[in-house]
Design a protein around this ligand. Structure first.
Ligand SMILES: [Zn+2]
Length: 313
């Protein structure tokens, strides 16, 4: 009887270790926000959580990043760092909330690393100045950790910008002119790879980095939806000209052949699946999904997608 119990314990232990090990080989991607500057409830500002083993990183911190993080029960204190693709406000406007409220309510006690294009260090220094009053009072009055509010910011160039415990993050320049530089990121872990396009129009550089990637998360603009919004012609042209149309994205996917393509940063945020997927299909027949807030994509042996069951707001 005792031997049987021991055997069962051993088997359970083995299954647990095997599952843990499988989990450790997955890159888990959560789309925290798939929107744009438009203040709509269905799509919060651009932000993506990447979990690789024990490490957690946020790419862009648009409006509502901390709320979405809280919805999936991830604490700000667990985040190792934040990467910015570029400094357009919709990609950074959620950062002060993530940083300060996350620090105060989440009891962070260690500094945060932040990487981004030229201007990132200065933006962070200015934020520290802007919130000087709150930072001082939270430390003296609320006894928040002085180390937990520190930010170690770095202006980066196109290169490998992070490499630790098997996780490699590579920044590459994309074409979001006149916003320059604007980066996309490639994340490698345990033989799996994820590429985030950032904001870009069709870019050769981007295709070069995407080849053979497991998961490609790409931005998209829907000219039809913009036309319905009746913007002045010049404004409409400018918005479309900064981004990638569904047909162009289809071409990119066909050249890159990712195992899975997912659209995030849907411009404008009100564009529907019908506005985007059929046009993408003109040039691409592989796997593609329209992203939504809190969608989870697990990149492992298989690529599994989980959409949020309940409405998220
Ligand atoms: Zn942008």
């Amino acid at each position: 009887m005792i031997i049987l119990r021991k055997l069962i314990q051993f088997a359970l232990c083995f299954v647990f270790l095997a599952l843990t090990n499988l989990q450790a080989q997955i890159i888990k991607v959560t789309l925290l926000g798939t929107g744009t500057p438009l203040p709509v409830m269905e799509r919060f500002g651009p932000s993506i959580l990447i979990e690789a083993g024990e490490q957690k990183f946020i790419f862009d911190a648009g409006r509502g990043t901390l709320q979405r993080l809280t919805q999936i029960n991830v604490k700000y204190r667990e985040i190792q760092g934040v990467f910015f693709t570029h400094l357009h406000s919709d990609h950074v406007v959620g950062f002060p909330d993530l940083w300060l409220t996350g620090w105060l309510t989440g009891q962070r006690v260690t500094p945060l690393k932040v990487w981004g294009p030229k201007g990132t260090k200065q933006m962070i220094a200015n934020l520290e100045k802007a919130f000087e009053f709150d930072i001082k009072i939270r430390i003296s009055d609320d006894k928040a950790s002085p180390d937990g509010v520190l930010i170690k910011a770095e202006d980066i160039e196109e290169s490998v910008v992070y490499e630790k415990n098997g996780v490699k993050v590579t920044a590459f320049e994309v074409d979001h002119k006149p916003i320059k530089p604007a980066f996309g990121y490639r994340i490698d872990y345990s033989g799996r790879s994820v590429v985030l396009s950032g904001d870009t129009r069709y870019s050769e550089n981007l295709i070069r980095y995407f080849k053979g990637v497991d998961l490609l998360i790409h931005e998209v603009v829907s000219p039809e939806t913009i036309a319905r919004m009746k913007y002045p012609t010049e404004r409409a042209k400018a918005i479309i000209g900064h981004h990638t149309t569904p047909e162009q994205a289809g071409e990119i996917f066909s050249l890159v052949k990712p195992r899975m393509a997912v659209f995030s940063h849907i411009v404008p945020s009100t564009a529907t699946e019908q506005d985007i997927i059929p046009l993408t299909r003109k040039n691409y027949s592989g796997a593609v999904e329209l992203g939504e807030d809190l969608m989870v994509i697990e990149v492992g042996e298989k690529i599994e997608i989980r959409r949020p069951i309940a409405k998220t707001n």
